[in-house]
Ligand binder design. Structure first.
Ligand code: HEM
Length: 222
């Protein structure tokens, strides 16, 4: 497969979706792990220290640029695939129907991805844009822990985060296993194991993320 095919052919697009999706799956583990430092319940001292280290570290900045490139590629390819599938389904009524064994969330990956995109835009506006502009333009460090407390004790924003995390759960439930399948790992013995790991990963990561807003809202964290 040539570089051009990777971006233009159907199989190339799916491969890119799978590879970028796997990278984002790993990112979520690192992101959740670092954020979990808030559960030390020390007023954000440990969490802020780690967040400060991550944002000043050159290697992390390079990785962050890669992360955004992968996010953008994943989103663009996802939208293109979604549009193509929608067009194919309109061609004939016969292929409008999905096979009966397909889960509802697998049919709505495009919509779930769109909710997640809106969630991500809101999320970055809360925790990333202001923090980075303050750091780069004024050399100041924002207290991310206090920012989290402010956002997650607002009932409206709390509800939006919960909706975003439910969308993430269903997006991951399909995406995890689908990424391995697209990358050619389709085996009688391994596929059920990958499916099981995917369900465990999706549920565990979403519960861990959800516990963050919930803990602030319930007043469990200082
Ligand atoms: C409720 C759970 C979450 C909390 C409390 C949270 C918190 C944060 C915080 C504090 C930052 C700023 C980090 C810094 O500037 O050093 C951040 C950045 C970011 N978050 Fe989240 N996040 C959550 C869920 C998510 C989810 C589900 C995604 C992806 C779907 C995500 C994607 C990102 C991205 C892409 C960045 C910017 C890159 C980075 O700084 O690492 N976050 N988040």
């Amino acid at each position: 497969m040539t570089w051009k095919n990777l971006f233009t052919s159907s199989i190339g697009k799916k491969l890119l979706m799978g590879a970028t999706g796997l990278f984002l799956i790993i990112f979520l583990i690192v992101h959740a792990y670092i954020n979990s430092m808030i559960f030390y319940n020390d007023g954000g001292v440990t969490f802020n220290k780690v967040a400060y280290f991550m944002s000043r570290n050159y290697l992390m900045r390079i990785l962050e640029a890669g992360l955004f490139a992968f996010f953008i590629l994943h989103i663009i390819q996802g939208l293109l695939l979604w549009r193509k599938n929608q067009a194919a389904r309109h061609l004939s009524y016969a292929i409008q129907k999905f096979p009966s064994n397909i889960k509802w969330y697998s049919r709505y990956m495009g919509w779930l991805g769109t909710f997640l995109l809106l969630f991500l835009i809101m999320h970055l506006s809360h925790f990333w844009i202001g923090t980075k502009s303050e750091m780069y333009f004024n050399g100041n460090e924002k207290n991310l822990y206090l920012e989290m407390k402010e956002v997650f004790t607002n009932s409206f924003l709390f509800a939006l985060y919960m909706i975003g995390l439910v969308s993430l759960l269903f997006h991951l439930l399909h995406g995890f296993q689908s990424a391995f399948q697209t990358l050619g790992i389709n085996h009688r013995r391994w596929t059920p194991i990958i499916k099981g790991i995917g369900i465990f990963y999706s549920v565990a990561i979403c519960i861990l993320f959800a516990m963050m807003p919930v803990s602030f809202m319930m007043g469990w964290l200082q």
